[in-house]
Design a binder for this molecule. Sequence first.
Ligand SMILES: [Zn+2]
Length: 227
Amino acid sequence: MFKSIINLFFPPVCSGCHSLLISNENVICTLCRHNLPLTNHHINPENEAVKKFYGRIPVEYASALLYFHKKGIVQELIHNLKYKGQEEIGTVLGEWYAEELKNLAIIKSVDQIIPVPLHKRKLRERGYNQVTNFGLALSKNLNLDYNNSVLFRKIYSKTQSKKNLLHRSDGIDTTFDVSFTEKDHNKHFLLIDDVITTGSTLEACSHALLRIPGAKISVVCMAMAHS
Ligand SMILES: [Zn+2]
């Protein structure tokens, strides 16, 4: 009742194209869903997300659901998710991707889903981590634990842009760190993020996680930059 009154004054619009949603549509309209550029990475073990990390970090598995093009629907979705409070986009993409990933043997070997963390000050400013709902939907639908405490961001940067992402001293990236005990040893961690661009954020997170004895890393993202 309350929701239908809200909908009367603020009818829900598609997060991709802003057209009015009809009753059976949720967050993203049918047309946008059909037009989303799927990577199909999950059916190709040697996909471009895996290749992105060649020689950088040893990944068991890597993939992204969508291609990210400048000015495209995916850019609009990610922008609305990150800056417009539309957290439900993460849930929709997580539920979608869980359906694709659920039969992969390598995913069944994952112990925990780990979100790329925001610095706690950034988290306060934004009010939420944009990958949380994506991770929780994957966690629920793939029946995997969600752990947002083992990996944390030590260094605050205003934009977290590529330029000031890496704070190196003696060649060691100190942006991220881990807090763990013996029970965290020998785990397969599935790192999740919104968009893979250069891969340097995920690389830095992986280096931190690999300080845990016996750690294995996989990566799953909502989207991957594509030229
Ligand atoms: Zn749409």
